[in-house]
Design a binder for this molecule. Structure first.
Ligand code: COA
Length: 339
């Protein structure tokens, strides 16, 4: 049965009414966007101005400290402490303001704003980054098992190494975006992914031959182990993320919430032996490759280059992990003393 003209007219009128409301809401939305962008530029320029003045005050405080009386020194130390607190507050504010991309992001993405403007979207992006790492890790783990046990073709190895290059390049882009959004990822972990991408690229160009075949199984076994450890790392990192989110605080809360601290230490104590074993495997790979490079029939430059990359990875990973643990222990001890 076809609808009558009145029914059609009624439906059209209701649609028109809804359309008008929608237009008004959208107009308001555009106005707010305009307000937001004005607030953003005003905040950014105020912060820049304030930072300059803080620098000037710090300089003056340092000058005054020399030869000051005990009382004056106390006042100056107080000002110094307050300057530090304000500087930290500005770093937190910065995480919610648009900023210019660094050279790498500019080269890869162009001049696009990658600052996420709410805590929820920052969490969601970090969560997605961890999940992305987990999915790719599982795929790479299965790939290394297949190459190790079932398929021994150079072309299959090339696909595996190409996947690794793509994976590490993607990680560097995602990590740069995370850093822009206030993540405290240490520079080394990002640099570690640049080197890993380069290493996989070199492995990709290594021609098939006796030396390649000698190292192949060791490399595949190492890849399997590294991806296994990465899965463990995922459970630790995402556990930290969810607990911090549940507590509603991040960054400066590490020192304040006892429950989180004890969970983190349990996770870390479980993870560290696996991590250190992986680091020493990297050293072992490096030494094996350097020994191979000494052989008279070693003509491939890839042998030395891969050996060097593994050595750099070992040193960076090992010493950065030690520094992270040392820093965490120091913070824990300071907290215990202050209680
Ligand atoms: N890759 C990427 N991000 C990392 C990272 C890594 N290896 N290690 C730490 N981060 C991130 C954290 O997620 C956190 O991010 P957020 O500020 O957005 O929340 C930030 O860096 C600060 O983390 P931090 O508190 O210093 O360390 P942690 O407790 O999260 O992790 C370790 C500590 C030691 C478990 C971790 O650094 C690690 O796994 N390192 C070893 C990596 C390695 O050697 N891999 C090779 C294995 S063979």
């Amino acid at each position: 049965m076809s609808p009558s003209l009145t029914e059609v007219q009624e439906e059209w009128q209701s649609l028109e009414l809804e359309y008008q409301k929608l237009q008004e809401t959208h107009k308001k939305y555009l106005q707010k966007l305009d307000e937001i962008s004005k607030l953003q530029s005003s905040c950014s320029s105020s912060i820049a101005r304030h930072r300059k003045r803080l620098k000037e005050v710090s300089r003056q405080v340092n000058k005054c400290t020399k030869g000051s009386s005990v009382d004056d020194a106390k006042t100056l130390a107080d000002i110094k402490e307050k300057v530090k607190t304000q500087e930290n507050a500005f770093s937190e504010m910065d995480a919610f303001l648009p900023k210019k991309n660094g050279l790498y992001l500019n080269l890869v993405l162009g001049n696009v704003n990658v600052t996420l403007l709410s805590k929820q979207s920052k969490f969601a992006y970090k969560d997605e980054y961890e999940k992305f790492k987990l999915y790719l890790t599982v795929i790479l783990l299965l790939f290394s098992v297949i190459c190790f046990f079932f398929v021994s073709y150079r072309s299959m190895d090339a696909i595996f190494n190409f996947l690794l290059v793509w994976y590490y390049c993607t990680l560097t882009i995602r990590e740069s975006i995370l850093i822009t959004n206030g993540s405290r990822i240490k520079g080394w972990w990002v640099f570690h992914h640049y080197i890993s991408a380069f290493l996989s690229g070199v492995m990709l160009t290594w021609p098939d031959g006796i030396l390649y075949q000698t190292f192949r199984n060791q490399f595949l076994a190492y890849s399997f182990y590294q991806n296994f450890v990465q899965c463990l790392q995922y459970y630790y990192q995402s556990g930290c993320l969810y607990r911090l989110r549940a507590l509603g605080e991040r960054h400066n809360m590490d020192l304040t919430v006892e429950g989180f601290q004890s969970w983190m230490w349990k996770g870390l104590t479980f993870l560290l032996p696996f991590l250190f074993f992986g680091h020493f495997w990297q050293l072992f790979n490096s030494l094996s490759l350097f020994r191979m490079a000494q052989l008279p029939d070693c003509k491939e430059w890839q042998v030395r280059m891969c050996g060097l990359c593994f050595l750099i990875l070992f040193m960076g990973n090992f010493f950065t992990t030690l520094a992270v643990v040392r820093h965490k222990m120091k913070s824990r001890n300071q907290k215990r003393k202050s209680m």
